[in-house]
Design a binder for this molecule. Structure first.
Ligand SMILES: *Cc1c(COP(=O)(O)O)cnc(C)c1O
Length: 224
């Protein structure tokens, strides 16, 4: 292994305050890199492609908590439902329904986050704030016994402007407080704010992130 995965992992872990969890984003990285980080005690990993996740889940230790972080097509839910720990990228009621249905077939409850679209870039997936309010106002999710909505996820714009990134994350933070008060005041499980990646996680920590998703800083550049 020519990249110091272990050293970089500890650099990241040393900067995280208590109560903030690291999701090590291992997409496109080989199993050996994941094993190196696992050996240091890391158990939460994130992947964004169903087939790659399937392969890694089959060959790596079973106590890894896999988070799905990519765009998820409804017809792929059935493949990850038996084992995935959290789906961070729920961006429609249709997808939520299908996760609930597949989780029921597996006799499980799957934790999910609602993905927000706040970034100005038009290529990003996710719910606008209004679409998210609409989904929650609809109330259908209240009867879904096999999904647990645990919080919100977002990706800030991929720009150099730190203030823009901070604004977007602060918008997500304010929206979290709104949603928490309005729909989840009595639900302690709704507590996760998943924002912050390699280039912006220090800003994320200042804007109340509870879960950072870091790939490149730990594993080095991805080879596609
Ligand atoms: C790839 C990815 C990350 C990690 O990005 P890095 O810049 O490598 O840290 C985080 N979140 C999502 C949704 C991603 O797709």
């Amino acid at each position: 292994m020519d990249y110091d995965v272990k050293g970089h992992l500890h650099q990241v872990l040393d900067t995280l305050p208590k109560g903030v969890r690291l999701v090590a984003i291992s997409k496109y990285h080989p199993e050996a890199y994941i094993e190196a980080v696992y050996a240091e005690g890391q158990r939460v990993f994130g992947e964004s492609h169903e087939q790659e996740l399937r392969r890694k889940h089959a060959s790596l230790p079973s106590d890894i908590e896999w988070h799905f972080i990519g765009h998820l097509q409804t017809n792929k839910v059935k493949y990850i439902a038996p084992y995935v720990s959290m789906i961070e990228s729920v961006d429609s009621i249709r997808l939520l329904r299908e996760i609930n249905r597949q989780a029921e077939l597996c006799d499980r409850q799957i934790k999910v986050l609602l993905e927000l679209h706040i970034a100005e870039e038009s290529t990003k997936y996710g719910l606008t704030l209004d679409a998210c309010r609409q989904l929650l106002d609809g109330g259908e999710w209240r009867d879904m016994q096999h999904v647990r909505i645990c919080g919100l996820m977002m990706m800030a714009s991929f720009v150099d402007d730190r203030e823009q990134i901070r604004r977007e994350m602060q918008t997500a933070r304010d929206f979290f407080d709104e949603v928490k008060m309005k729909y989840f005041a009595d639900d302690p499980a709704f507590c996760e704010r998943s924002w912050g990646m390699s280039d912006d996680y220090l800003i994320a920590l200042e804007t109340g992130s509870t879960m950072v998703r870091i790939g490149t800083t730990i594993f080095g550049p991805r080879i596609y």
